[in-house]
Write a protein that binds this ligand. Structure first.
Ligand code: BG6
Length: 476
């Protein structure tokens, strides 16, 4: 989907600078992504890591080697060597002007660097000022990691800081979910087909559920997590992006500018959440995690009910839930259709809701249509089955690989526009501060039972089932 307007004026970057080179994100995500980019011949420019760790270039190379070995066990040693050969390193305090003088020397002749800030947002201002001070913001792009602020007000402040040095078209806000194939497929599946549109509205859809479940905890990120919580970490960004792709109107023209606009319109139409629309939970033991405050009320689980006040979605409830230490790691959307208008078959009317469309986004991409089919025999009785298509397969790329390559190319299609960021914060802003205390839940369960009360008669929640067989009847 090429946006001619957006494509205009693009120029490939000639250096990639990344701040936070010794950090967790770099180790887990960025080095494997850089490796993939080299393997796909998308990275040939110098990569300059910056950190304040009293490291030398050799330490950075060691970290890169370990990180790639862990993430890509069958990696090609030649590709890895090429990546190691592209690396440069600058060590220093981001508050010290000398760090940026050294960086300028390391950037050398490059004219169009991309600066990737894989660092806490509290440091963004300092780094951006440092870059501007030595002129490294000129003809450059900046890539920033979510969360973009902590609420609507701080998101605006953050944007003002960034915009002091970079115009909007040079700012690339990463939400890595947008680089995932299964998420991109929501857009494709909806608008590359014609059968969906006539039923994709309040006349036919009873409710929508989205679950992002993780069976692990905060994985040593307690200090960060305790400043964020599930609402800021996952719901406000990743989940609302999924809502937008499912709920948006057809883009007005071929091009990502139209997609951005259609998504922003969804956020504008979502009714701001109030304390009655949310259940917050915290897994037992969270307060003992390193970096977490002993009396912390930060939620590791959130379930919300939201409404989109638009012509298409008026009255359709959307239920979103996400949490750590749930029974499985799975991301899934279930769109439930209304019941048939007449009771021709008793058993079909007794069924909860006979039809649904299920999008399994993770771990394996899947689209399933739930429907009732007659069981063999004289009686008109049936069961609910699923027609399943698997959407995953070879060719899938790591989202960071895709997104960083796009940033180097100057392609903003899969990045988030500031107006969308602000519109998304507006949805959750009220409940960030005004909410009931987090309810304790046992790790390995589906969170507080209060979430069942929230969904009420629109339930039950569909807990993703990780199948070991293709027995789709099991989930009926
Ligand atoms: C990140 C959150 O943005 O997304 C994490 O900070 C979460 O807490 C992660 O685990 C989920 O993304 P993925 O791609 O690893 O499923």
């Amino acid at each position: 989907m090429v946006d001619q307007q957006a494509a205009h004026g693009r120029a490939d970057a000639d250096a990639l600078v990344f701040f936070g080179a010794s950090g967790d994100l770099a180790r887990k995500m960025i080095f494997p992504a850089l490796y993939g980019m080299v393997a796909h011949e998308e990275l040939t420019v110098p990569v300059i890591g910056v950190a304040y760790s009293q490291w030398a270039l050799e330490d950075l190379r060691t970290r890169a080697r370990e990180s790639v070995a862990a993430a890509v066990p069958d990696h090609d040693p030649e590709v890895l060597d090429t990546l190691l050969g592209l690396l440069r390193y600058v060590d220093g305090d981001y508050r010290d002007a000398a760090t940026f003088e050294s960086l300028k020397a390391a950037v050398g002749d490059a004219q169009r660097p991309v600066h990737y800030l894989a660092i806490p947002p509290t440091m963004f201002g300092t780094v951006i000022e440092g870059l501007a001070h030595v002129g490294l913001h000129k003809h450059a792009r900046v890539v920033v990691e979510k969360p973009f602020g902590r609420d609507l007000a701080s998101a605006r402040e953050l944007d003002a800081v960034i915009r002091r040095a970079f115009p909007e078209e040079s700012v690339f806000r990463i939400d890595h979910f947008l680089g995932k194939d299964e998420i991109m497929n929501l857009l494709y599946f909806r608008f590359a087909n014609s059968f969906l549109e006539p039923v994709w509205n309040r006349d036919h859809i009873a409710s929508v559920q989205i679950t992002i479940a993780e069976d692990f905890g905060v994985q040593g990120r307690g200090a960060f997590y305790d400043t964020a919580g599930a609402l800021r970490d996952v719901l406000e960004n990743h989940m609302l992006q999924i809502v937008a792709l499912l709920a948006m109107e057809p883009p007005a023209y071929q091009g990502y500018g139209a997609v951005h606009e259609a998504k922003a319109n969804v956020f504008r139409a979502i009714r701001a959440l109030t304390r009655n629309d949310i259940v917050r939970g915290q897994f037992a033991g969270y307060r003992d995690e390193p970096g977490v405050a002993r009396g912390s009320d930060v939620e590791t689980y959130a379930a919300v009910r939201l409404f989109i006040d638009s012509w298409r979605w008026a009255g359709v409830p959307w239920y979103l839930r996400t949490g750590k230490h749930l029974p499985v790691t799975a991301h899934e959307v279930v769109v439930e259709f209304k019941k048939p208008p007449q009771a021709l078959f008793d058993d079909a009317m007794m069924a909860q809701r006979p039809n649904h469309l299920r999008f399994r986004l993770q771990p394996d991409g899947e689209i399933a249509l739930g429907a009732r089919v007659k069981t063999p025999g004289e009686e008109f009785v049936g069961e609910q089955r699923e027609l399943v298509v698997s959407t995953g397969g070879a060719g899938s790329r790591h989202p960071y690989e895709r997104l960083l390559a796009d940033a180097l190319d100057g392609d903003r299609a899969l990045f988030t526009a500031e107006e969308t960021v602000e519109a998304a914060w507006r949805v959750v802003d009220g409940v960030l501060a005004d909410h009931a205390p987090a309810i304790r839940y046992t790790p390995g369960t589906w969170g507080p039972t209060e979430a069942d009360t929230l969904i009420g008669a629109d339930g039950p929640w569909h807990d993703p089932v990780l199948k070991t067989t293709t027995d789709d009847a099991a989930r009926a």
